[in-house]
Design a binder for this molecule. Structure first.
Ligand SMILES: *Cc1c(COP(=O)(O)O)cnc(C)c1O
Length: 354
């Protein structure tokens, strides 16, 4: 990271931080004082700037509003006991942002704009990285079409922005999931592997139907036959069966999660047997029925690990072993937490210190 970029800074007149109760933060409602923006105009990224977080203007004809021409990322920063700010695997989010951008006919974002923008923003708002146990600063980088043109074509103008919000301790209650056998999130040849706005809107309705039936979220299955497990809500999904860690292999329809990647790397480092392959619904249901499904969990930045307590399929619900008995998922969660907080060695080089 070299300081080459010229970032203009306009500071907020009066910080909002004194109004925030860091022991009681509601997710996604309170944003830090500043935001970072860069514009893509006439084939060039320019105007890198930090300004107070505030409402902004956008053309009513922007394809971001009409056609979902937007991509986003989600990562977190943590404050260590020594007051250092640790960012977890920001390089992976940068890579993935550009993969999503490519799929949406957006220009690639240069590394200096991403890293220097992120660093400058977190430095100016470092007080917003909470230090109460279990809390963190959620970071949302995103790119969207800033054209003033309602036709359907590759856009010409874009904005890249970063906003941040403190998030509270996530007391992950074990979740009840339903294996979806009608609606689909992604299909081969589609954009399921991208974090693009247009993948998420249509997933809300089927998730709501499941919630109306008492489930917390859906387990998505493949779009052709509903035969293979794909993801759980907006998390990757993993199972422990006969002591083996099993997860669906990546492809067009599965988001390449950074938590997924981290969990698999740690499991392999610990010498655990790991299988990345197609996972049949029938296999998971049979294991659950036979009492062989030792663990099941979602993996994602929001919760890190979300233990699955119950799996519903067609008209049956399968109860999984108590969370306290789940050796791997509890241990890997603690390992990741300790790494992020600098309590153990960063042996994979996943932490960037501010
Ligand atoms: C973001 C996301 C994940 C998790 O990815 P992480 O990088 O671990 O946060 C998994 N599935 C979907 C659909 C997602 O949007």
């Amino acid at each position: 990271m070299t300081e080459t970029l010229n970032i203009s800074v306009k500071k907020i007149a009066q910080s909002k931080i004194s109004q925030v109760d860091f022991k009681n933060i509601q997710f996604g409602k309170t944003y830090s004082d500043h935001m970072f923006t860069a514009d893509y105009i006439d084939g060039e990224w320019k105007n890198a700037r930090i300004e107070p977080y505030e409402m902004m203007q956008i053309s009513p004809a922007s394809p971001a509003l009409h056609y979902g021409i937007s991509v986003f990322e989600g990562l977190k920063a943590f404050k260590t006991e020594d007051g250092i700010v640790n960012i977890f695997r920001a390089d992976k989010n940068f890579e993935r942002l550009n993969i999503s951008a490519g799929r949406m006919c957006m220009p690639q974002l240069p590394a200096d704009i991403y890293y220097e923008g992120l660093k400058a923003l977190l430095e100016i708002d470092s007080e917003w990285v909470p230090d109460v146990e279990g809390t963190s600063l959620y970071i949302r980088p995103f790119i969207f079409s800033n054209d003033d043109y309602i036709g359907i074509r590759p856009s010409l103008n874009f904005k890249f922005m970063i906003i941040t919000c403190p998030v509270g301790a996530y007391y992950a209650k074990p979740v009840k999931v339903k294996i979806e056998d009608h609606y689909v999130r992604a299909v081969e040849g589609g954009s399921g592997y991208c974090k693009t706005g247009c993948n998420y809107g249509p997933a809300i309705y089927p998730a709501k139907l499941a919630q109306d039936k008492g489930y917390d979220q859906l387990v998505w299955t493949d779009g052709k036959e509903h035969k293979y497990i794909e993801e759980s809500g907006t998390m990757n999904i993993m199972f422990v069966i006969d002591g083996k860690l099993i997860t669906p292999a990546l492809g067009d329809t599965i988001l390449n999660g950074i938590t997924r990647n981290s969990v698999l790397a740690i499991a392999r480092d610990w010498g655990m047997e790991v299988e990345e392959r197609k996972v049949e619904v029938a296999e998971v249901v049979a294991a659950a029925r036979a009492g062989k499904l030792q663990e099941a969990f979602g993996a994602g930045t929001a919760a890190t690990i979300a233990h699955i307590q119950q799996i519903g399929y067609k008209d049956e619900d399968f109860e999984l072993p108590p969370v306290e008995t789940r050796e791997f998922s509890n241990k890997v969660l603690a390992e990741l937490d300790n790494m992020k907080l600098g309590k153990i060695e960063d042996r994979f080089n996943w932490i960037t210190k501010l």
